[in-house]
Design a protein around this ligand. Structure first.
Ligand code: IMP
Length: 425
């Protein structure tokens, strides 16, 4: 059986965990392919709620193997805490494995990100301050430490001491901070290593074998297309590649295995952190979307910026990721507006753009061109089929699918499983 990719089409927080949960029954492997503990999803299990940042939500299903693949940056302390947190609420995390090729987030990554974001002042990116950017930076600079390094103490210490020499120079001389001590880091990380050892695997072999045995593999991205390092609103992006193409590089499989690419799409748009956001609503409508949609970050608790649905972004995401279907989330949040808006193009510098503008400055200046549709009233959360939705809500969905030119597979109206409605043709 083939692989499917779940990918965020906007600026993250589209509800990818929800889609994974919906598809879980049919899946054997759920593979997280990038990011780190900058992402987050809330899970409900045994009457408890738990926030997970690294472990895929597939962990709730005993039949699923949850894989953290090469392209994820792992803070081992956070990973172990999440495993403990799961045990504490009665969820067995033994279905989890992690690739030995994953780069680790180290204490100096956290420290450096804190000081550099402060240093940037009003130009700060508004990162999640989890050390994600510095860890990916070291990976590209080939001075990163990988999980597999933990299992050769001599090598681990040697590599760490070399890196730390330079990091400590920067911390002390540029930022006036105290240096970090190698021995303390080695002690902590070797303790983590003992606990991690049983779950460390060569993940691409595992994934490939599963595909060969006819198993279903779901490749789950974090963040979203517009936060992609190459394809997003650079530099206001994350330091990895949420797009579909990277799912293959990280999992270590070829494109012939991928049959479905499911674009997770909020019925409106949110963004946390700095950067352009053409359909952002600064007034009452934005406030209302934020309140009704409970738009606060899972990781940092920050208030998310909110705005209307942006078909320009979605068309771009459809193209970049090769979307085969849309999974629309949070349609219920749009209830009660007299009219609902869809951005169909931008105006910038006297020109109209129906695609993402070719220059960052144009994207910053982009004014949305809106199409206004009739709104609807009533609580949609009780809908169990799309026939239960008001006519105007169905018209809204039809228009979205038409503008993006990708069919909608599922629309969701709440956090519960029964609130994911397959779209009848
Ligand atoms: P970083 O990923 O912590 O380096 O942050 C870079 C940018 O990506 C910031 O604007 C963050 O707010 C944003 N970001 C990172 N992870 C997420 C996420 O899971 N959802 C939404 N935004 C995110």
């Amino acid at each position: 059986m083939p692989a499917s990719v779940v990918v965020g089409t906007q600026w993250g927080d589209e509800g990818k965990g929800k889609a994974t949960d919906y598809l879980a029954d049919r899946m054997d492997l759920v593979v997280r392919y990038q990011g780190g503990n900058n992402a987050g999803h809330t899970i409900l299990a045994e009457g408890h709620t738990l926030k997970l940042q690294l472990i895929p939500s597939g962990i709730l299903y005993p039949h699923i193997t949850s894989v953290i693949a090469d392209g994820v940056v792992v803070d081992p302390r956070v990973l172990l805490e999440e495993m403990d947190g799961l045990r504490a609420i009665g969820v067995d995390p033994s279905g989890l494995v992690v690739s030995g090729n994953c780069h680790m987030i180290m204490p100096y990554h956290l420290e450096l990100e804190r000081v550099t974001e402060r240093f940037l002042g009003k130009n700060a990116l508004g990162t999640t301050k989890r050390g994600i950017g510095p860890a990916y930076g070291d990976k590209a600079a080939r001075i990163g430490l990988r999980i597999q390094d933990l299992f050769d103490e001599k090598i681990f210490r040697e590599k760490l001491e070399i890196v730390l020499k330079e990091k400590n120079q920067v911390l002390t001389r540029v930022y006036g901070r105290l240096p970090l001590v190698a021995d303390a880091i080695v002690d902590d990380y070797l303790r983590y290593a003992e606990r991690l050892r049983p779950i460390v695997v060569e993940s691409s072999k595992l994934i490939h074998d599963a595909l060969r045995e006819g198993k279903n593999v779901l490749l789950e991205g974090a963040q979203g297309t517009m936060l992609d390092l190459d394809k997003g609103t650079y530099p206001f992006v994350t330091s990895s590649n949420p797009v579909t193409g990277y799912a293959l590089a990280s999992a270590g499989i070829g494109p012939k295995h991928v049959e479905r690419v499911i674009g997770i799409t909020k019925a409106y748009v949110t963004r946390v952190g700095a950067g352009p956001f053409p359909t952002e609503e600064h007034g009452a409508d934005g406030e209302r979307l934020g309140e009704r949609g409970h738009e606060f970050g899972t990781v940092t608790g920050r208030k998310r910026r909110c705005g209307w649905f942006d078909a320009v972004v979605l068309r771009y995401a459809a193209r970049i990721n090769g979307l085969t279907e849309l999974f629309i989330t949070k349609l219920d949040v749009l209830s009660g507006f007299e009219t609902v808006k869809i951005c169909t193009a931008y105006r910038a510098d006297g020109e109209t753009y129906d695609d993402v503008p070719p220059h960052q400055s144009l994207f910053h200046a982009a004014e949305p061109v809106y199409e206004e549709l009739d709104g609807w009233t009533g609580d949609l959360t009780g809908a169990r089929t799309t026939e239960d939705l008001p006519k105007a809500a169905r018209a809204y969905l039809e228009r979205v699918a038409e503008l993006v030119d990708v069919p909608i597979g599922v629309v969701s109206v709440g956090p519960g499983r029964e609130q994911s409605l397959p779209l009848s043709a």
